[in-house]
Design a protein around this ligand. Structure first.
Ligand code: AMP
Ligand code: ZN
Length: 149
């Protein structure tokens, strides 16, 4: 097999190894344009930032480096990285803030489910006892009135 150029050879090799897709970025996307100083931690697959409109103190986002809209399109490596990193982040947040007594974790997938930024991000929302008059149901309460049982 012959290759016309080094670029063509590298493209084929990257596709074969699955590395190609991890370079995907969208210049109109706020998460593809995050400045270095906003990124608290990064790995080859993920970035960790504080949410700019936090729903609780230290609301944190784990964002894929790759621009892809839906958690359904994450690779196994990205999903694994998100779950493993969330464990570390929760531990360090608990250490930082002794008032944290729990977390809500999750993805919004699609506009009808409330997603506003179409680039995969995992919410880590610290909870503190008493921050809501009736926290029962947590993320099950995203559709008002449906969490009661
Ligand atoms: P979602 O509604 O699940 O798509 O969540 C988007 C989240 O991203 C919201 O919690 C926003 O406050 C947050 N957000 C939007 N733009 C930025 C940004 N530039 N840096 C950090 N967080 C952001
Ligand atoms: Zn993006």
């Amino acid at each position: 097999m012959t290759f016309k150029s080094l670029k063509q050879f590298l493209n084929i090799k990257m596709r074969m190894t699955g590395l190609y897709q991890y370079g995907s970025r969208d210049h109109d996307c706020p998460f593809c344009k995050l400045t270095k100083k906003r990124i608290l931690w990064k790995s080859p697959l993920l970035m960790e930032v504080k949410d700019i409109y936090p729903v609780s103190k230290n609301h944190t986002l784990l964002i894929t480096k790759r621009h892809v809209a839906s958690a359904e399109d994450c690779t196994a490596a990205e999903l694994r990285a998100i779950i493993l990193r969330s464990k570390i982040t929760m531990k360090s947040l608990r250490k930082l803030d002794k008032k944290i007594t729990g977390f809500n974790l999750g993805f919004n997938v699609g506009e009808s489910a409330g997603q506003t930024v179409p680039h995969v991000h995992f919410h880590i929302i610290p909870r503190r006892a008493g921050d809501h008059s009736n926290p029962r149901g947590g993320i099950r309460a995203v559709i008002p009135g449906k969490a009661v049982y």
